[in-house]
Ligand binder design. Sequence first.
Ligand code: 6PG
Length: 517
Amino acid sequence: MQNDGGKLNSEAECDIGFIGLGVMGNNLTMNLVDHGYRVACFDLDQQKVESILAKDASEREEGSAPRVEGCSSYTELLSKLKTPHCIILSVPAGDPVDHVCHHLIDAGIQADDIVVDTGNSLWTDSVAREEKYKGKFIFFSTAVSGGEVGARFGPSLMPSGNPYAWTRIEPILKSISAKVDPQTGKPIESNTPGKPVKDGEPCATYIGPVGAGHYVKMVHNGIEYADMQLICEAYHVMRQALNMTPSDIAAVFRRWNEGKLNSYLMEISAEVLDQADPETDAPLVDVILDRAGQKGTGLWTAVSALEVGSPAQTITSAVFARSISSLKSERVAASEVLTGPSATTYTAEETTVIVNQLEQALYCSKICAYAQGFQLMAMAAKEHGWELEFGEIAKIWRAGCIIRAVFLQSISQAYENNEELPNLLLDPYFAEQITQYQADWRQSIAQATIAGVPCPAMMSALSYYDSYRTAVLPANLLQGQRDYFGAHTYQRVDKPAGKKYHMEWSDPARPQTTIKK
Ligand code: 6PG
C-alpha cells in the first residue's frame, strides 16, 4: 500500500480502492495517482468511471501504464486491491455511506480492511458507524476541506478513528494533503497535474478517536460561515452606505489581502466582485440572487454550540444571516413598508476613513469568530474525552482548506505558547491586536448602524468580546427574575459557590431591606 517513490509494486494490484467519482472523488483519485498510488475506482454511474480512465490517459506520461483501474462492481473493486484492503469513499453524507458499506460487506470485505469516509458526515454518524461495522471492517473517517481544487492538488485533512488504521493510512493521507512552508507558514502551491508538492509540512494530522475529525471539520465550516458572512458585511457597508462599485470594493479587498487579512476567502471575494456577467456585462454579483444556500454543517456547528453551552454567536448569526437571506419575497415586501435612516453622502476623505475602520472591524470580528470556534472545540473535547491539539489543528488549516489564512500561523503560535489557553482572546498577541484596533471596530459598527446596514456577525463578534471581558454581567438580575417567577434559586457572591438561595417573592411579609447607596 505504501508509496515507494512512484514505482508501483505490482502491475496487477491496486493500492487503494476509490468509491464515488463525483467532482471531489475524481480529484482525490487524481491526487492519489499523482503521488504514485495505483487506484481501483468504482461509481454507480459507469460514465464517471469512463471519464476518470480518460483523464488518467490524458495526464499520464505517454507509453506509461494506467494508474487507474475501472471497476463495474464492488466485488471487482475488492478483487483488484492488495490485502488488507484500503477503500476511500467520496459519497454524499448520510444514507449513501451506509449503502456503500453494506454493498462492501456483501462483496466480501474483511475485518482488517479499512474504509475511509471523506464526506461531510455528521460526526455522530461516524461514531455510530465505527461501532456498527466492528468485526466486518474498520470504519475510519477523514474530513476533507478545500473544495475541488484542494482535492486535486492538496486538501486539508482531519482524520480520526482507530489508531491502527491511522498507522496504515497516514502515509497516503499525508502525501496527498496540502503542504506548508514551515518557515513562513504559507502554502506551497502547485496546480500542475503530475507535479505534486512533496516537501513541506503536511496539512493532515491525526485528530483523535472516531468522530473527532468530523467534529473539527464541522467547526471549521462554522468558522467558514462566519468568515464569509463577515466579508459579506464589509462588502455590504461599502456597497450600500458608501455607494462603492463592486470593482472598487474588489480593489479594497485586494489591498486588505496583502496585509493581516490575507486569506483564501478574501482573495476569492475580490475575484467574484470583479467578475462581469457574460450575458449583461453588469457586475456578476449584481445579478446573483441574494438568497444563500446551505448544506447543513454551519447549522450543525450552531446546534452543537447551543448543546455544549459554548458561546458561538458570530457563527450562529452567520447561519441566521443565511436564513433571513432566504426570506427574499418577505424582505422585498418589508422593504416597501419598514423604514430606515435616509441615505447619507460621504466625501472621499470620509469614505477613506470608513473603509480603513472597516478593515480593522473585519479583522477584530474574525479573531472573535475563530476564538469562538476554538472555544467550542475545547468544550466539546472536554465533554467527549478527546485530547485535541489546537496548535496542530491551526497548522493543518494554514493550507488546503477554505479558511486558510495567514493569521492561522499566529493562532498555532498562540496554542504552542500555551496549550491550556482558555480563549484565543487571552493570547497576548491577539489581546494586543484587539486593543490596538477596537476603537475602529466600534466606530465601524456604529457607522453601519446609523446607516441602517445590517452587520449581524460583526455586531455579535463585538458583543462576544465585550461580554467575555466583562467581570459582572447582568445575569445577576436574570437569576433574580428566574427566582421570582420559578423559584429557580440563585447563588450569592459573598457565600461559597454552589450553595443555593431563594427569596420568598410572593410572601407579602418578605424582608423589605433598605438598599444602601
Ligand atoms: C470545505 C467546504 C466544503 C463545502 C461546505 C459548504 O471545507 O471544503 O466547507 O465542505 O463547501 O459544505 O457548504 P454550504 O455552504 O453549502 O453549507
